[in-house]
Design a protein around this ligand. Structure first.
Ligand SMILES: Cc1ncc(C[n+]2csc(CCOP(=O)(O)OP(=O)(O)O)c2C)c(N)n1
Ligand code: SF4
Ligand SMILES: [Mg+2]
Length: 353
């Protein structure tokens, strides 16, 4: 496990606020298909971590199995990482953040990895509010095993062969809100600005940030009749709000067009600000019922709703709830609180006898 902090580069290339070049946030060369939405998400993750000045040596990347779950190999090449088994990323992530709360955790999963085989793990992760950025790279199919429908595929959506899906989809955002996740958003791999802002806001949030990113599979699910194709998402997309993010270290004010009455400002844990400009309606992102209703109403109309649906900055994360030691477990010894002293144990035994 690496423990050193990255050293700033002495070169002339542009560096971020901790003195690191963008190249340090890259990983291996992608082996995914050219044009796969997952590759675009990887780029946005690289940019967001770099722009926020996150130290890659203090990040852990987690994933399950699928084309999407291969993505952590292509970003933050110097971070810690654990590629787990199919659908089991949440439990490995839970163990990692409990073991070392100083790490920033990012989990990448697929719609099959999360909503099919991993749904049990997903629901418990959401209700615990683990400090974790949980990204679903959602293409509606099992890309890695050649394009079978996943549980997020829309009713009536068609495979390349013409076979129609006869089951209703699971909306992972509605589920996450219902279960207690404290930052829930949906974005599109083709929307650079929105996805970048959402990722940066997630980095500033303390708790579970669940981001479902529609990410077309160009090989198995990008044809007419699919509701997760580039064309369908472009034609049927509806933004609930327009998302802007102002990091705590950035004094520059947001664009002039914003009228005070139209913006909802949310103060995030590190002092950054999330600015949600209303587009269609006066939407309150702290209202769980409104969030679930908006998702439901748009789904009924066959629309892909994107934006930040729900934010709660007050709920304690899982680590606070457990009253865990601040230091990583490997630094905790009996002397600094690893276990109760002998006298306390004797007192307890005394009480029980
Ligand atoms: C226990 C287990 N069951 C089934 C598989 C086969 N399998 C590998 S990836 C995958 C689905 C991946 O789909 P998704 O999570 O949507 O990722 P994508 O490839 O679409 O990005 C399946 C069923 C497996 N590896 N392990
Ligand atoms: S099969 Fe689909 S999901 Fe997998 S890499 Fe290719 S385009 Fe992406
Ligand atoms: Mg998939």
């Amino acid at each position: 496990m690496a423990t050193t902090t990255a050293q700033p580069s002495a070169g002339l290339k542009k560096t971020n606020r901790i003195g690191l070049e963008l190249s340090l946030y890259r990983g291996g060369k992608t082996t995914l298909c050219a044009g796969c939405g997952h590759n675009a998400i990887t780029e946005r993750i690289i940019e967001a971590f770099w722009e926020m000045g996150e130290d890659p040596y203090h990040v852990i990347k987690l994933s399950g199995i699928g084309c999407s779950s291969k993505a952590p190999a292509y970003f933050l090449g110097t971070s810690h990482g654990f590629n787990s088994i199919h659908g089991r990323m949440p439990s490995v992530a839970t163990g990692a953040v409990l073991g070392n709360r100083t790490l920033k955790a990012i989990g990448v999963s697929g719609d099959g990895d999360t909503a099919s085989i991993g749904i049990g793990q997903f629901v418990h992760a959401m209700r615990r509010n683990i400090p974790l950025i949980y990204i679903i790279e959602d293409n509606g199919v099992y890309g890695l095993t050649k394009g079978q429908f996943s549980a997020t595929a829309d009713l009536g959506s068609k495979l390349k062969t013409g076979v129609a899906n006869d089951l209703p989809p699971i909306d992972t955002c509605a589920l996450a809100i219902e279960l207690g996740a404290t930052f829930v958003a949906r974005s599109f791999s083709g929307d650079k600005k929105q996805l970048q802002s959402v990722l940066k806001a997630a980095l500033a949030h303390d708790g579970t940030s669940m981001i479902d990113v529609i990410s077309p599979c160009v090989t198995f699910n990008d044809h007419a009749g699919s509701t997760k194709s580039y064309t369908y998402v472009r034609d049927n997309r509806n933004d609930l709000n327009s998302v802007d993010f102002v990091p705590f270290f950035d004094e520059i004010q947001v664009d002039d067009e914003i009228e005070p009455g139209e913006v909802r400002e949310i103060a995030l844990h590190d002092g950054s600000k999330l600015l949600l400009k209303k587009i269609e309606e006066d939407y309150d992102p702290s209202d769980t019922m409104a969030a679930v209703k908006a998702l439901h109403d748009h789904a009924q109309r066959g629309e892909v709703l994107t934006g930040v649906f729900y934010v709660d900055t007050k709920k304690d994360n899982f680590l606070k709830l457990l009253n865990l030691h601040d230091a990583p477990l490997w630094q905790v010894s009996d002397a600094n609180g690893g276990r109760p002293p002998e006298t306390t144990l004797s007192e307890i035994m005394e009480e029980l006898s």
